[in-house]
Design a protein around this ligand. Structure first.
Ligand code: AFP
Length: 337
């Protein structure tokens, strides 16, 4: 891109960018654009709350567990309420799947879109001032508008996503999203209260030298993952693991690397959720030139059967994901023989 073009687009507000991009969708009605704005607004509100953590009584456990059996933090619950309210008020959404809610949240049956979200991922990091994130996916319902939402509207493959993104509450707050036309990142400018385009047309390096995995579970990884980890060490790769998926993913997207949450003895399908963690990030990484698999197939090809389904995840630079997958295939072949 030449300097003139760069100068004219970097710093564009998210609102303007969304408006300008609406033309990329034939027959666009503006509803998806409005929905993305609603999500950005909720993100700004969560950002405000997250920044007060430590000052107000919003950190710590809420005293309940979510459907995953995980202890909910107060900020998890606040984020869930804020996002649900923003999506409800916006009126473009007919149903929400949230990590924090056992069941589907049914909203306006006259609306076109389904949202899957993890309102605040990495909640165990909240109390210790480490980066956390919001993850979201948007689908178009398949049943007719105006009729009650069906499970088939919600349990769609990742390949059907019309948009996906995340908000990273880090050293600065960023919103990164795709509508299937590349990936763009916006940094929050707190004095203006605006997300400004800062990372245009993001691309994941083809090869990388960072691996991210909770190696504390090494003993219970399957042999192919152990072998791949040995390979990473032999290659002198750097190990980096925050334990906040959005933050680990974002670093690897920018610098090149692989994030892995494989199956373990305790969690045969891994820990991460297909609908509101893996699919969203898989859409983004593929749009940025990377790869996301469950060790066998593309994440976005998996047909979901449950709202809170878990799948193993290998995501990041294509050369690294391919290599990890090679170990897996070799191991599977050796077992057959
Ligand atoms: P929490 O929300 O319970 O902190 O879980 C975060 C998370 O879903 C994801 O953000 C991390 O990458 C992953 O779990 C960390 O899990 P381990 O602690 O098992 O490594």
């Amino acid at each position: 891109m030449d300097k003139e073009t760069l100068g004219s687009t970097i710093g564009t507000t998210l609102d303007r960018f969304i408006n300008d991009k609406q033309g990329e969708f034939p027959f666009a009605t503006g509803e998806l654009s409005q929905l993305l704005r609603d999500i950005a607004l909720a993100g700004k509100i969560i950002n405000r709350e997250v920044n007060k953590s430590g000052l107000l009584d919003i950190a710590g456990a809420y005293g309940a567990t979510n459907v995953q059996g995980e202890e909910q933090q107060k900020l998890d619950v606040i984020a869930d309420i804020r996002f649900t309210r923003a999506l409800k008020n916006g009126g473009e959404v007919c149903a929400i799947i949230s990590e924090e809610e056992d069941d589907l949240i049914r909203l306006n049956a006259n609306s076109r879109y389904v949202v899957a979200m993890d309102p605040l991922d990495g909640s165990s990091n909240i109390d210790v001032n480490v980066s956390i994130g919001t993850i979201f996916s948007i689908y178009r319902r398949v049943s007719p508008i105006g009729t009650p939402v069906q499970m088939e509207d919600v349990l769609q493959k990742g390949d059907n996503q019309v948009a996906a993104g995340y908000i990273l509450y880090g050293s600065s707050t960023m919103l990164v999203y795709t509508t299937g036309h590349g990936v763009n990142g916006f940094t929050f400018e707190p004095t203006l209260g605006e997300f400004l385009l800062s990372h245009q047309n993001m691309k994941c390096p083809k090869a990388g030298s960072i691996y991210s995995i909770n190696e504390g579970s090494y003993q219970s990884f399957e042999p192919s993952v152990k072998e791949y980890l040995q390979y990473c060490k032999a290659e002198n790769y750097s190990a980096r693991y925050i334990g906040s998926l959005v933050a680990d993913f974002h670093r690897n997207l920018l610098k090149g690397g692989i994030y892995m949450y494989p199956s373990t003895e305790k969690a045969p399908n891994g820990k991460l959720r297909l609908m509101y963690e893996c699919n969203c990030l898989a859409f983004i990484i593929e749009q940025a030139g990377g790869m996301a698999t469950d060790g066998e197939q593309r994440v976005m090809e998996i047909q979901p059967t449950e709202l809170h389904q878990r799948v193993p995840l290998f995501i990041g630079s294509p050369d690294m994901v391919n290599k990890a997958q090679t170990y897996r295939k070799e191991f599977a072949t050796a077992q057959k023989d």
